[in-house]
Design a protein around this ligand. Structure first.
Ligand SMILES: Nc1ncnc2c1ncn2[C@@H]1O[C@H](COP(=O)(O)OP(=O)(O)OP(=O)(O)O)[C@@H](O)[C@H]1O
Length: 356
């Protein structure tokens, strides 16, 4: 049984509930018979992947949905040595999808090699004209600078044989020369009203009665992330149905853990407490919670617990340390520095109020 997020993903542009305007424009673009390299960017759960899938379907028809998942080694000839990297790809006869950042520092070779290989096997159109294949690259914001430079060169060289469709959440980490060679499509987070509309649509198709106050709580919990909203609704459905008006969405374990870290920071500000919090941050990282998500969620939980006077400063430091996180290598340094700075601010504020 597919999850609701997959089951109710609109497959064609006409069925879109949100981003109808983008869908309409892409539809017109495809109708011209060609389209440029495209870069979709926007926050998690905003609907980027759904747009990419609908775009592929609009170009090639339902055939693109018959995909093969393969993990195969790629042999890459370098001037000095032979390199072998293993990469998982998802492909149909018309397109290939991959996550080049998964191969770490070898990403630059992978990007060039795969595009070259694709260009070699250029498909024929139904009328005998030479068609093009689409290469979908996910998380291009995680690609190294060298890989992005390679991408830019290959994009130009093979533009007749293949089109790139790139997806990322942080567009500022994609270099300007790549961005300027693409049609950049901003996929904004849906509004709370739109998330509600999607939830109501799914509830209707599943024949569920969705009480207003409960639905509003799910929307609030989702924080304008459609995937989160749908997953939450499905979990709640499994836990208790009929839904109760006062039913609370179940929060994930990592979220509860971060809430506990925020509580630790607000309870005591000392080197000993910082040491305790460091252990918990390591635990989160070891469980593959992305550092950017940790800092964002931690800030959110801290704001709930602190006085208005220090909120602005906390947000400003969170932004500063998040940027260092993006630029630096060791996430734990920046996370811990943010915690130490917050503890220091909270302590100074309490002293100034005569509370400590
Ligand atoms: N336009 C839409 N109308 C209705 N539902 C949508 C729409 N776009 C997305 N959804 C629903 O939201 C879910 C999440 O969307 P999607 O996977 O496209 O997000 P994303 O931006 O690619 O997220 P991430 O960056 O985290 O991978 C989809 O599985 C689908 O069910």
């Amino acid at each position: 049984m597919p999850l609701w997020v997959d089951k109710y993903r609109p497959s064609s542009f006409d069925k879109f509930v949100v981003h109808k305007d983008i869908a309409e424009n892409l539809k017109k673009l495809v109708a011209t018979g060609d389209f440029p390299h495209t870069l979709f960017y926007g926050p998690p759960g905003a609907g980027k992947k759904t747009l990419v899938m609908a775009l592929l379907r609009a170009i090639y028809g339902a055939g693109v949905e018959k995909v093969r998942v393969e993990t195969k080694p790629w042999q890459i000839e370098l001037p000095s040595r032979k390199l072998e990297v293993e990469l998982t790809t998802l492909s149909s006869t018309h397109h290939l999808e991959l996550n080049p950042a998964d191969v770490g520092s070898n990403d630059r070779y992978v990007v060039q090699e795969i595009i070259k290989e694709m260009a070699r096997s250029r498909p024929l159109g139904v009328d005998g004209s030479r068609g093009f294949k689409v290469l979908v690259l996910n998380e291009v914001d995680r690609l190294s600078k060298e890989a992005q430079q390679g991408l830019r060169r290959t994009m130009e060289k093979y533009s007749a044989a293949c089109r790139l469709v790139m997806v990322c959440s942080n567009v500022s980490k994609v270099m300007e020369p790549v961005r300027s060679r693409c049609l950049c499509v901003r996929v904004a987070a849906p509004t709370d009203e739109q998330v509600m509309e999607v939830l109501q649509g799914v509830a209707k198709k599943e024949n569920l009665v969705l009480p207003g106050p409960f639905a509003a709580r799910v929307v609030d919990y989702a924080g304008r992330n459609l995937r989160r909203a749908l997953l939450c609704l499905e979990v709640c459905r499994a836990q208790q149905y009929p839904f109760a008006e006062g039913q609370e969405p179940q929060r994930a374990d990592w979220e509860l853990y971060i809430a506990e870290v925020a509580k630790n920071i607000m309870d005591e500000q000392s080197p000993k407490q910082l040491y305790l919090v460091r252990g918990k941050l390591y635990e989160l990282l070891a469980n593959c919670v992305p550092p950017e998500l940790i800092i964002r969620q931690l800030t959110y939980e801290l704001l709930k617990r602190m006085d208005d006077e220090i909120k602005l400063e906390t947000v400003s430091y969170a932004a500063q340390f998040e940027q260092r996180l993006q630029e630096g290598a060791k996430a734990i340094f920046h996370l811990e520095a943010f915690v130490a700075r917050t503890m220091s601010n909270v302590k100074a504020y309490m002293v100034s109020c005569g509370l400590a």
